[in-house]
Design a protein around this ligand. Structure first.
Ligand code: FAD
Length: 339
């Protein structure tokens, strides 16, 4: 069981800044995210788009903002638990206990839910047979490129992920790119590189068609696809990579007894606590009169929530409001002064 002062659910911009606000108050945190990296919507939905309304930053991309937040919270050495979804919450006196889908357990007096629009999960292949091969021969993301070397790989999808991986894996494997439409949505430059490789016979492109069956027992031997004109084709395949985009799921949080309406959690605006003491909701996932789903609103919300977290984690200490410019204690915590 991992003990800490606050468990943060979600490593989007608001969850990341929560680490900072807790950290300057001397509180430790553990961050859990279903994705395999930090950044939430900024990284998953608009990494290269410019944001213009972060105070004092004239312009930055979703990726820049995430990188800067990660840099800013480095001194607090928070532990990140990626690719884990928070499943269960139980109470033990003043503490909350959280269990993830990988059976990791955490305990803390505070939980900060910074879950945004829910955990991002891959949209899966609709073919039922695909389930039994998941994690062995069917993948929705690439976490280990080594296992994909010298294979027959069928890649499904028409967006950037499908195109990028088709291009990259064609160096080491035999790649077939399959899409249900004739047009691809990914970057034109990547597509033109792929078309060049297609001409050289290094990548096959099959459109407009869909997966109809998978052959194999423990591992996949082949797949069958059906074209819009009803023609079928069998393709020798060891691995399927599918990139049909992400869906957002609030998941088991909806069963925690919190006041949830239309996928958002009601909080008070004094400290952004929910109807359960010690469980806070901040960022896009919280609602209150006048709520704006903006990054800067989330930053304000964690500043206030972290004060209440301090009171719960250090009940014998008095909370002292301090400026970072003048507080020696905060500067020590930031590693700016020697202790
Ligand atoms: P998110 O960024 O959604 O992050 C939540 C994280 O929690 C995700 O990584 C998710 O995987 C994780 N999570 C959720 N549930 C669980 C669970 N049960 N277990 C584990 N992990 C979980 N805002 C601005 O202020 N300015 C802009 O210019 C702007 N432009 C935008 C452009 C686009 C295209 C979009 C889509 C949004 C834009 N926004 C903008 C909105 C902004 O991105 C959001 O307000 C912000 O990302 C909210 O941050 P968050 O940390 O609350 O949630």
């Amino acid at each position: 069981m991992i003990k800490t002062d606050a468990i943060i659910i979600g490593a989007g911009p608001v969850g990341l800044f929560a680490v900072h606000q807790l950290g300057i108050k001397g509180l430790k945190s553990e961050v859990i995210d279903n994705l395999d990296r930090a950044g939430g919507q900024c990284i998953e939905l608009y990494p290269e788009k410019p944001i213009y309304d972060i105070p004092a930053i004239t312009e930055c991309t979703g990726k820049d903002l995430t990188d800067n937040l990660l840099q800013q919270i480095k001194p607090f050495k928070a532990n990140f638990h990626f690719s884990e979804r928070v499943e269960e919450v139980t109470q033990d006196k003043n503490n909350w206990i959280i269990k993830t889908n990988k059976n990791k357990k955490f305990t803390a007096p505070n939980i900060i839910i910074a879950g945004g629009v829910g955990s991002f999960e891959p949209r899966k292949l609709s073919l039922k047979e695909a389930e039994k091969f998941e994690g062995k021969s069917v993948f929705y993301s690439v976490t280990n490129k080594e296992i994909l070397k010298n294979k027959n790989i069928s890649i499904f999808g028409g967006g950037d992920s499908a195109l990028d991986w088709a291009l990259e894996l064609s160096n080491t494997s035999n790649v077939t790119l399959i899409h249900r439409r004739d047009e691809f949505r990914g970057a034109p430059h990547t597509l033109s590189e792929i078309k060049k490789l297609q001409k050289k016979g290094k990548i096959s492109i099959k459109t407009p068609c869909q997966l109809t069956s998978i052959e194999g027992d423990k591992t996949i031997n082949a797949i069958e696809i059906k074209y819009d004109d009803e023609k079928n084709e069998k393709i020798k395949t060891d691995v399927i990579l599918s990139f049909f985009g992400l869906i957002m799921k609030l998941g088991p949080i909806t069963e925690w007894g919190l006041n949830i309406d239309k996928k958002v959690i009601s909080v008070n605006t004094n400290n952004f606590e929910t109807n359960k003491s010690g469980i806070f909701a901040v960022g896009d996932i919280c609602t209150y009169p006048g709520k704006l789903k903006l990054i800067l609103s989330g930053f304000h919300e964690v500043a206030l929530a972290s004060v209440e977290c301090f009171k719960r984690a250090r009940p014998k200490e008095k909370f002292r409001f301090e400026f970072t410019t003048s507080s020696k204690t905060i500067q020590e915590r930031l590693g700016k002064l020697k202790k």
